[in-house]
Design a protein around this ligand. Structure first.
Ligand code: PEP
Ligand code: MN
Length: 359
């Protein structure tokens, strides 16, 4: 693999000649880093070719790289990469909180959740329409129906929606509805899914597999960037350790290491990490102190009724309190929490009327 950087003065005709010489086809000529006219080239070049190219006019540098994830590495992309999600610039100094239930359970539940998230200061709504469950007998999600309810919740609150994609089969339907595609811990190394997500033009929230190393995690993101999708945020959600006292172990170490290793935004999911709503705010504060750019948190209007992950789901008022606490930590590390315009539910704590009544 090679890194090629052209000088800003390199004339267009010379640029084409060079790109042709290094084996880039005309459709691949967009630089990996346009500001620096930099390309990462995966083709092999012989030592002679490399030597000849080094002296070519218009080439600022051409060198072999040993790094196996050059596209996500900060080595070849010094600035943080950012992209917008509703009112949040992901990867900027602003911290955003994505919150909502583990699963979309009903139209009423997701709309009620969306208003609660908005009122608490969340910036996006999460909720799985397709659920990866340990047991095939557990609730598997409402599928397309769930996506439609999510879209209705977005329409009512303006919150962008984050939802999980489990396979390439359902991806075409999910892209019709989602604003961010979540890849779950069990799918982080589903390489055909990652390649398909590289072809999609929607942000991806890539969760760390519960057993994987830093190299495996960032290499999974590399698959998505390789396809041309640069809107990826990495999510630490806890790893499996010998602990018996929490669902997983939150790997706070990884946050500053990821920020150093890659230019991608990094978010943290304290809910799946600790697995108990009592401790979610503490881990959320820890994540922000350690450098996370955002949070993904489970919240349910009535956690005791949740069809999945109720034990770790915050109540709406707990989410609001968590966001207030996180904001104080954010200010201490020269950042802030971006919150959308607060909006109180028009249903004032009553249940959401069903569609027919509401129309
Ligand atoms: C989820 O976010 O509800 C989920 C299934 O997460 P994970 O893939 O991290 O277990
Ligand atoms: Mn969950």
């Amino acid at each position: 693999m090679f890194v090629l950087e052209l000088t800003p003065e390199c004339p267009q005709s010379q640029r084409e000649t060079i790109l042709h010489e290094v084996g880039l086809l005309s459709e691949d000529t967009t630089p990996t880093d346009p500001q620096r006219l930099r390309w990462i080239i995966t083709a092999d070049l012989t030592p002679t070719q490399l030597k000849d190219l080094s002296g070519t006019q218009g080439i600022a540098r051409i060198e072999e790289t040993t790094i196996s994830y050059p596209l996500v590495s900060r080595q070849y992309h010094e600035e943080n990469s950012t992209f917008s999600l509703g009112e949040w610039q992901v990867g900027s100094a602003d911290i955003g909180v994505i919150a909502g239930p583990c699963a979309v359970e009903s139209r009423e539940q997701i709309i009620e959740s969306a208003f609660a998230v908005k009122e608490a200061g969340g910036i996006a709504l999460r909720g799985g329409a397709y659920k990866p469950r340990t047991s095939p007998h557990s609730f598997q999600g409402h599928g397309i129906q769930g996506l439609q309810w999510l879209a209705e919740a977005r329409e009512k609150t303006g919150l962008p929606i984050v939802t999980e994609v489990m396979d390439t089969e359902t991806l075409p339907w999910i892209v019709e509805y989602a604003d961010v595609l979540q890849v779950g811990t069990r799918n982080m190394q589903n390489f055909s899914l990652l390649r398909a997500l590289g072809r999609v033009r929607l942000p991806v929230l890539l969760k760390r597999a519960m057993h994987c190393t830093l190299n495996e995690f960032v290499s999974a993101a590399e698959y998505i960037l390789q396809g041309g999708n640069e809107q990826v945020m990495l999510c630490e959600r806890g790893i499996r350790t010998f602990t018996r006292v929490s669902r997983n172990t939150f790997d706070a170490n990884l946050l500053p290491i990821l920020k150093d290793t890659t230019h991608l935004p990094v978010v943290a999911d304290p809910s799946h990490a600790v697995g108990d709503s009592k401790y979610v705010d503490a881990i959320a504060r820890c994540a922000i102190a350690a450098g996370a750019d955002g949070l993904l948190v489970e919240m349910h209007p009535r956690p005791e009724e949740a069809l999945s992950d109720g034990a770790q789901s915050l109540r709406p008022e707990q989410l609001a309190s968590m966001i207030r606490q996180v904001r104080r930590i954010a200010l201490a590390v020269d950042r802030d929490v971006v919150t959308g315009k607060p909006q109180t539910s028009p249903f004032h704590g009553q249940s959401v009327p069903n569609r027919e009544e509401h129309i």
